[in-house]
Write a protein that binds this ligand. Structure first.
Ligand code: ZN
Length: 350
């Protein structure tokens, strides 16, 4: 029995030491990455982007890596150059070091067993062309990692506002859909400021990436019953679309007054035609032949990202109010209930 215990302790020790070594390996790789990039600690041209805090490594939460990254790179949340991207808890740890001036990057991966390091150029402007995109994707491997890393790192390099980057963090990438959500929120805050006893409720219908930005910026969540999520069929969409087919119905804001027990609903459209025009893309290229396997699927989105960036705080040309309607408690219940098309309740369906 005693011998059994000894063996057990030795095994535990070996595993413990090995785990420590691997963690130390990540430290060494980050240090090596800094040398590869020829950049010194605290240089404001450096970004550290990681999924640490979201993922678990060998069953342990990964917040400790944030201090490690900060100590070696000098990047910090307060300086706005230590950013995160959302991943499921089961995903490997990833640390991206990225130079704003050269767009050179080092990506470190650790899955709890093995470490890896990739050096590459991650220029967001080159990623707007199929060849440039393919080059970056081949180095990184995973499509979703490529899209997350290229878009968030380059949005930072292009001086995107921090609250916008928070939306990208939660959504795990920047795509034009996130930008449309950011614009809709700017529009809401300009035109529909809350008065006493009022609160916002967002009916995300139909859904696209915008709704994650609404969630983050206004703290409206399904769990708190302040965000309701409903899909529309193609026919239902058609019945509420504008004159132009690219004038998409985008959602309903309810401004609810708890004291008066009534509210106001505002239905919005988003002008995707305008978004495509300022980005120099065509709407059809968002869904090209071959889907995600076709680089055009991605390059169109990257182009849209950079195209919409100058308009993030200029929503008026993109966001349109379709209708404002007084809402009774009965209407509110109906609009938010399963199986009901909320635009029908507002009298907006043809
Ligand atoms: Zn998206």
């Amino acid at each position: 029995m005693k011998r059994c215990m000894q063996v057990f302790m030795v095994v535990l020790l070996v595993f413990g030491v090995a785990n420590g070594l691997w963690a130390a390996d990540v430290k060494g790789l980050i240090k090596g990455g800094m040398q590869d990039l020829k950049i010194e600690k605290g240089n404001p041209n450096l970004l550290a982007l990681t999924d640490a805090t979201y993922v678990k490594v060998n069953g342990k939460t990964s917040e400790g890596y944030v201090d490690m990254i900060q100590e070696i790179t000098g990047c910090s949340i307060g300086k706005g150059n230590l950013l995160f991207f959302h991943r499921p808890i089961t995903y490997p740890l990833k640390v991206v070091l990225f130079r704003k001036d050269t767009k050179d990057a080092v990506i470190i991966t650790y899955n709890g067993k093995k470490t890896g390091k990739v050096n590459l150029n991650m220029d967001g402007d080159k990623a707007t062309k199929p060849d440039g995109w393919k080059q970056i994707k081949e180095k990184i491997g995973s499509l979703s990692d490529t899209f997350s890393m290229v878009t968030i790192a380059n949005a930072w390099a292009k001086s995107a506002p921090f609250d916008f980057l928070k939306c990208c963090e939660f959504h795990n990438h920047l795509c034009p859909g996130v930008s449309t959500g950011y614009q809709i929120v700017q529009f809401i805050l300009e035109k529909y400021q809350l008065k006493k006893a009022e609160k916002y409720v967002w009916i995300a219908c139909p859904l696209w990436c915008k709704d994650d930005a609404v969630q983050i910026l206004l703290d409206l969540t399904p769990g708190k019953r302040s965000l309701f999520v409903k899909q529309l069929t193609a026919d239902q969409k058609k019945a509420v679309s504008g004159e132009k087919p690219t004038d998409n119905i985008a959602g309903i804001l309810v401004i609810w007054n708890n004291k008066a027990n009534k509210g106001k609903a505002v239905a919005f459209r988003y002008d995707w035609g305008k978004a495509c025009q300022v980005s120099g893309v065509e709407k059809k290229d968002f869904s090209p032949k071959g889907g995600k396997k076709n680089p055009v699927f991605w390059t169109t989105r990257v182009k849209g990202n950079w195209g919409l960036m100058p308009y993030l705080d200029k929503p008026a040309d993109f966001v349109k109010v379709v209708k404002e309607v007084e809402v009774s408690p009965q209407m509110y219940t109906k609009m938010t209930t399963a199986g009901v098309n909320p635009y029908e309740v507002l009298g907006l369906t043809k």
